[in-house]
Design a protein. Sequence first.
Length: 308
Amino acid sequence: METNRILLIAVLIIIGISWGATIPLAKVAVSSGHSPLGITFWEQVIVTAVMGFILVSRSMMFGRRLRVPLDRESIVYYIAIAALGAVLPNLFSYWAMSQLPAGIMAIIVASVPMFALAIAIAMSIESFVPYRILGVCLGGAAVILLVAPDASLPDPEKAIFVLVGLVAPFCYGLEGNYIARYTPPAVDPIVTLFCAAIIGALVTAPLSLATGAWIDVAGFFNSAEQAIVALSVIHAAAYTSYIWLVGKAGPVFSSQVAYIVTVSAMFMSAIFLGEAPYSPFAFVSLALMIAGLILVQPPIKSKNLILK
């Protein structure tokens, strides 16, 4: 049991650091001037390739027939996941990332559970619990600190982009609740991500061409293009590992990855991007966000927890 516990904690940390690394990588990608739409297209293409490889490998390894449900209910589900889990949040987060320090975006991304809880209560999926609502309020206070004049941002005039960045966690919150209520029976999450990535690529390809946002990765493959590939592969691998972790340790334990993502992203952004030392207000905002994360966590039930 102790060995199992150490292994699961190690996997949790690796997933969190991996996902945290995608934030400074995204900053490198957008700093080149690449359009959020073009970056989103190539990310979806790469995720499709990685998830397709995983699906084929899994099918061959375990002798299973590769099954991709294409009934109406499943297709609508894939479209919703593509929109709420990839295309829309990517467009807004990359747009905000082009204007904000990566470390600040790491704090913004941590607000996903707050949005998820508020939406769940509005949809009657979750019941009203005072201390969890306090967590939502702490998350709101953290955001206020980020946009307050002369507080966290190096350039106060870019405070509006904090609100732009919040569209992404709002979409993720919607996605989580959509999954909770509308997931088709016996759906495979890896197949879902594979199909959603295909849809995302099919939607963003013509839009990228029509708007001049296309990125010619064959012509140039510098640090920005390398960052796009790296963050896409890391995301696909981390997502697959996260699914495995939820199955082994339960959703409550696995959800603690959010803390690691935010903290690791802030420090990696400072170390590898050379971002200027963050304002004390930014660290207060981080502390408030983490406190909010702790409070909005669902009650721990024994059936959800392997680690005791």
